[in-house]
Write a protein that binds this ligand. Structure first.
Ligand SMILES: Cc1cc2nc3c(=O)[nH]c(=O)nc-3n(C[C@H](O)[C@H](O)[C@H](O)COP(=O)(O)OP(=O)(O)OC[C@H]3O[C@@H](n4cnc5c(N)ncnc54)[C@H](O)[C@@H]3O)c2cc1C
Length: 506
């Protein structure tokens, strides 16, 4: 059985690992449009000790934007004006286009992607909360999803014990518990954030797709049944009736184009480029690219009350990566419809550098998100005449907040302010800052799954594209519900579930 996987991020890696382990006759070819960043495929760059090496690898991941980005404070980023969108991408990612007018008009000016082996999974922060009631997919039985989450957590090496217990951490957790625990369900109280990371001795090893790939990530490939081709783009899928029969690939450095056949094809090329490839292949279900949604994040920095910290006698703690821990304020649709993350600066997606010394002031960053109203109109669409930097159909995004979204953002900011009052004094003013749309990098819905082929979804609950027997999609784009929590654990779990289904074909 010949399997082609397009995209080497966490989701492509999960498909590969399960299919490779699950059947000895499977032969897997994985391709990624981006360059390899090192000897282990999909290494999380947070594990590189050399800042220069990390920066070089980030720049190699930035597609057409091969330059170092300026280091900006959260205020400077939030104050970005039309014409300054070069300030919105985070290291290791690149915006969907360098055309700033187009970005300004899209409604999602910070929409971005990573083009490298490992995808965004080489750059991510590794927060892996399980979704709560209301975020979970109603048409997948809870027990099945829980089993998939268990396996995803194992593959991603998820743990809540990544940071040592510290007095500061305990103080933060207790202060948050005092505000939120009474309204949270019994199984979802304030907790340490589950992180895809393992501790070896004194060292934290952050998970990337390499962790998921396991033996397949080793240099030169550990198995003759698995091959990863970097800088190799899939330009088009070939189809016959209800089958995907193969793909047209191109090796960027040599411009060599060739066709490859496959029995099973999985497209896990992120939430914006999976629909792009389907579009380029003439597979254009009504929902393709639609129902796009992103987490609407408000951020605040809080200087911890001195008594909160000093009463516990701790100020000497200092971690090598400047992080004391990450805490989760869990989502629950009926009692707490927001996901909250409380963290030290270095793990925040936006730099908090305001010129002060955060560790001296015990500053924590808080990020809150409610759920976006899902609308067909919010979409990524593709041009039949214009091309992007990879020579694929150019993207256009149309994205807007509704009145309900604005109300959700206000409510999230009020909820977040309660955390601020419990923890300390705000650093940047009383109001949390709403970051530009797209900043969360959690784009969902664009290849959403559904219960039936009624035009409102792209694939079934096993991620099989409607109308095809052997074509599967994966990534945050398959998530059909409005969520507030970080999506990668869910996407990996859905990929695992889909891969087990595929194993039934052997
Ligand atoms: C700085 C940062 C922090 C983040 N923090 C978190 C977090 O804490 N928690 C969380 O849940 N998520 C987080 N994310 C998001 C997370 O990284 C993504 O959800 C995850 O990587 C998605 O996995 P994926 O495999 O679907 O896609 P990606 O990881 O984006 O991989 C897609 C791959 O497909 C390749 N590709 C695209 N088109 C083609 C083509 N036509 N042919 C061949 N290859 C193609 C790309 O080069 C890319 O390598 C973060 C992301 C970033 C950048």
């Amino acid at each position: 059985m010949k399997i082609l996987i397009i995209g080497s991020g966490p989701v492509g890696a999960a498909f590969a690992r399960v299919l490779w382990e699950g059947n000895q006759s499977s032969r897997i070819l994985m391709v990624d449009a981006g360059p390899s960043l090192g000897s282990r495929a999909g290494l999380n760059l947070k594990n590189l000790s050399s800042a220069a090496e990390r920066s070089a690898a980030q720049i190699r991941s930035q597609g057409p934007a091969r330059w170092p980005y300026p280091s900006l404070s959260i205020h400077e980023r939030a104050a970005t004006k039309p014409g300054q969108f070069g300030r919105l991408a985070r290291p290791g990612t690149h915006l969907v286009t360098l055309d700033e007018e187009e970005l300004a008009a899209s409604g999602m000016p910070a929409a971005a992607m990573s083009t490298n082996v490992g995808g965004m999974g080489a750059h991510w922060t590794c927060a892996c909360p399980r979704p709560g009631a209301g975020e979970r997919i109603s048409f997948i039985p809870g027990s099945e999803m829980d089993a998939a989450f268990d396996e995803a957590e194992r593959l991603l090496s998820v743990s809540s014990e990544v940071f040592p217990a510290t007095p500061e951490g305990e103080a933060i957790q207790n202060a948050l518990a005092g505000v939120f625990n009474a309204r949270l369900p019994a199984a979802r109280k304030i907790r340490r954030m589950p992180l895809a990371c393992r501790v070896e001795g004194e060292e934290r090893i952050w998970s990337g797709p390499d962790t998921i790939l396991g033996p397949l990530a080793a240099e030169a490939g550990a198995s003759e049944r698995f091959e990863l081709r970097s800088e190799t783009i899939c330009r088009r899928l070939m189809t016959r009736n209800d089958r995907a029969t193969g793909a047209l690939l191109e090796h960027f450095p040599t411009h060599e184009k060739y066709e490859t056949e496959a029995d099973i094809i999985v497209v896990a090329a992120d939430s914006l480029r999976t629909p792009q490839l389907l579009w380029a292949s003439g597979i254009r279900p009504r929902a393709l690219g639609h129902y796009l949604n992103d987490h609407m994040w408000t951020f605040a920095a809080v200087s911890l009350y001195p008594e909160l910290v000093s009463s516990r006698g701790a100020s000497a703690y200092r971690s090598a990566d400047n992080t004391i821990g990450i805490f989760q304020v869990p989502f629950d649709a009926s009692s707490h419809p927001f996901h909250g993350q409380v963290m030290h600066m270095d793990v925040s997606p936006l730099s908090m550098d305001d010129g002060s010394a955060p560790e001296a002031r015990h500053v924590v960053g808080t990020g809150w998100s409610g759920t976006k109203e899902l609308r067909y109109e919010d979409c990524v669409c593709f041009s039949d005449s214009r091309m992007d930097f990879m020579g694929m159909p150019a993207m256009g995004i149309q994205y807007q907040f509704t009145a309900a979204d604005r109300a959700s953002i206000e409510a999230a900011a009020r909820d977040q302010a309660e955390a601020t009052v419990a923890l300390g004094t705000p650093v940047f003013g009383e109001r949390p800052i709403l970051v530009p749309c797209g900043t969360s990098l959690h784009y969902q819905g664009s290849i959403r799954m559904g219960e039936r082929d009624d035009g409102d979804s792209v694939c079934d609950s096993r991620s099989r594209v409607w109308g095809f027997g052997n074509l599967f999609v994966g990534g945050n784009g398959v998530i059909p519900t409005a969520t507030a929590c970080n999506p990668t654990l869910t996407s990996v779990a859905l990929a695992i579930r889909s891969a087990h289904h595929i194993l039934g074909f052997f």
